[in-house]
Design a protein around this ligand. Structure first.
Ligand SMILES: [Zn+2]
Length: 96
């Protein structure tokens, strides 16, 4: 995987990403100083994690509907469109 070009999280210098939003020289310095934990890790979303997130959202929506919340309100609560809400319910074979 090629390294992304980033503006370093600590100093703003532009260069290839080494880790934690830092370029190599700054990452190395932070590593030597033992201050790497000051910079949060930046992991890209994987297809697997994205899938888990969508399943959680879908389950949350259907749980709200099962508890009696109106479709539009339940959709707004979990942050999906009404069209997506229809799709979730259709996939369940009708109204939950
Ligand atoms: Zn830096």
């Amino acid at each position: 995987m090629s390294r992304r070009t980033v503006a370093c999280a600590c100093c703003g210098a532009v260069g290839p990403h080494r880790g934690r939003g830092l370029i190599a020289s700054c990452y190395g310095r932070a590593y030597e100083e033992g201050t790497l934990d000051r910079w949060p890790t930046v992991r890209r979303r994987t297809a697997r994690r994205q899938g888990a997130r969508l399943r959680e959202r879908r389950a949350a929506y259907l749980a709200l509907r099962t508890s009696g919340m109106k479709q539009a309100a339940a959709a707004a609560r979990v942050g999906i469109s009404v069209k997506t809400a229809y799709r979730y319910e259709h996939d369940e074979g009708g109204r939950p």
